[in-house]
Design a binder for this molecule. Structure first.
Ligand code: GLN
Length: 538
């Protein structure tokens, strides 16, 4: 393993949802601002090979990387904060670890041996811990361990972390434990006991955390910090307070104030290459918190009861809105509740309409009605993936008068399959990892809205879908006024459609939201918000 790379492991205790991903991303950002090259990886303790087959209701959005990996949504935070791409190597699950080990066993790589959790599974975990570090590109690799200490599923990961200390040596290895300090209203007291217990659990597994990051709703008084240090066996200045923040984008600055980066650097014997003041980050926060205008945009989808299902889209609006000092008041609306008799009531107050990605029939007709409303009433419209497909279907049904036009996903028998499966997809019989995934090139027409957003003709965006625009209908659709303004130059697949006589109507087959970062807001989102501002001012 690359001996110069430093490894930081982040574990979680007391409860889930404490925001390990945000803490990891914030620490990564701070170290990056001091001149270190950093990457972050997540190890998830569930048995799926990847989260691609998980219902968004259960696990939130599935995030897709350039290389086409279907990953945990925390990788989205890593990219949005660090502004560098991640890959398949950045997200490993228990399922993948076991799959690798069992494949090796079948190949005879362990011939003669009994395969066991220790050492075979833990060795496989460790070799994945070190994989990105071995590329030699990174000064620091941060590894987030999913779940909570004490979970049965996490045990092999925790054991691998324990062993890693001995592989890596004392100045190259650090454990940060993220925990919760609950506040008991009735007693008016912050309680340290749950943290003491979760650190005890780590100690039982042979791991002494070096730094405690304590999520709390109230400032931690010195005596509480002292108690935590004493009982959890850490230095007093390694008890870091993580107060609830107004926005996740405040967390890097809060952690800087609490000197998390300094503590990490001291313990890992890292000396700062430089210390930028995070000027562009602060500039972004300034604009985010002091908008000069506001628009209301509707996100129409079927997973709206769990906003994490649309995490990257929601964050894209934050980045793009801030870049033009506009607060986007995003309304998540269930397409199942939209019918042709309540359209006005549901959509009237919106300055822009986004139809979200999705799978399956539920809520589909509501999406069709929504697109029709946006198209006929000149409301800025942005369709992403399924949203673009719905736009094509609506256009075929209501403009071309092909009443049964559909995607073969929704109706395999339709006489007018304007969205259909590609030949390659027809042969596929497994669900996991078999969609069109990852980054593909798209060539833009110069006369398009897309070109005016990107300012160049060749772009790369990420995909996650099975069905495609059916080019058999292209001529007819274009003649009626919906233009394919972006195409894959190799395959001729339609990637973007726009309606000529509409203020802003853009549907994209790819997922632009995956590439939006704080420092690089996604251009289509920026232009869509601008179109919504223009509509509102009219
Ligand atoms: N269900 C559609 C397809 O598979 C769209 C997928 C999506 O929106 N990500 O093509």
């Amino acid at each position: 393993m690359a001996s110069s790379t430093k490894y930081i492991f982040i574990t979680g205790g007391v409860t889930s949802s404490l925001g390990k991903g945000i803490i990891a991303a914030s620490l990564g950002k701070l170290l990056q601002s001091r001149g270190f090259s950093v990457t972050i990886q997540k190890f998830d303790p569930y048995l799926n090979i990847d989260p691609g087959t998980l219902n968004p209701y259960e696990h939130g959005e599935c995030y897709v990387t350039d290389d086409g990996a279907e990953t945990d949504l925390d990788l989205g935070h890593y990219e949005r904060f660090l502004n560098i791409p991640t890959s398949q190597s950045n997200n490993i699950t228990t399922g993948r670890i076991y799959n690798n080990v069992i494949t090796k066993e079948r190949k005879g790589e362990f011939l003669g041996k009994t395969i066991q959790v220790i050492p075979h599974i833990t060795d496989e975990i460790k070799s994945n811990f070190y994989k990105l570090g071995e590329e030699g590109k990174y000064d620091v690799v941060i590894t987030e361990i999913g779940g909570c200490v004490g979970d049965i599923e996490s045990l092999p990961f925790i054991e691998a972390v324990r062993q890693a200390r001995w592989d890596l040596g004392p100045n190259n290895f650090l454990v940060i434990h993220l925990t919760l300090i609950p506040y008991l209203k009735a007693a008016k007291e912050l309680k340290t006991k749950p943290t003491q217990h979760s650190v005890k659990q780590l100690l039982e597994a042979g791991i002494q955390p070096d730094i405690l990051v304590c999520r709390t709703e109230h400032h931690l008084p010195q005596d509480v910090k002292k108690k935590l240090a004493l009982f959890c066996n850490v230095q007093l200045n390694s008890v870091i307070e993580a107060m609830d923040a107004e926005t996740i984008y405040d967390v890097p600055l809060l952690m800087k104030k609490e000197k998390l980066d300094e503590r990490v650097m001291t313990k890992l014997k890292l000396s700062s290459k430089h210390n930028t003041e995070l000027e562009n980050w602060k500039d972004f926060l300034g604009k985010l918190k002091n908008p000069t205008q506001e628009v209301t945009i509707g996100l129409i989808g079927k997973y709206v009861s769990l906003p994490d299902s649309y995490k990257s889209i929601i964050e894209s609006f934050v980045h793009a809105g801030a870049s033009i000092e506009c607060h986007v008041n995003l309304k998540l609306i269930s397409s199942e509740e939209i019918h042709n008799d309540n359209l006005k009531q549901k959509l009237n107050e919106l300055d822009g309409i986004l139809v979200a990605p999705g799978f399956g029939e539920r809520g589909f007709e509501g999406k069709i009605e929504t697109v029709k409303y946006a198209r006929e009433n000149n409301i800025p419209f942005f369709g992403i993936c399924l949203g673009m497909q719905v736009a094509v279907i609506e256009f075929a049904r209501n403009v071309l008068n092909l009443k049964d036009a559909n995607s073969t996903e929704m109706n395999p028998e339709t006489a007018h399959p304007v969205i259909a499966l590609m030949e390659e997809q027809k042969r596929i019989d497994q669900m996991g990892g078999t969609m069109r995934l990852g980054s593909y090139t798209c060539e833009l027409k110069r006369s398009s809205k897309a070109y005016s957003a990107y300012g160049k003709t060749k772009i790369q965006e990420r995909h996650r879908h099975r069905y495609e625009f059916n080019n058999d209908f292209l001529k007819e659709i274009e003649e009626a006024g919906m233009i394919a303004t972006g195409k894959n130059p190799e395959t001729g697949l339609v990637e973007i459609v726009e309606i000529k006589n509409h203020p802003w109507f853009v549907g994209v087959q790819f997922h632009p939201e995956y590439k939006s970062t704080v420092l690089n807001p996604q251009p289509l989102f920026v232009k869509f918000i601008q179109a919504a501002i223009d509509k509102k001012l009219k």
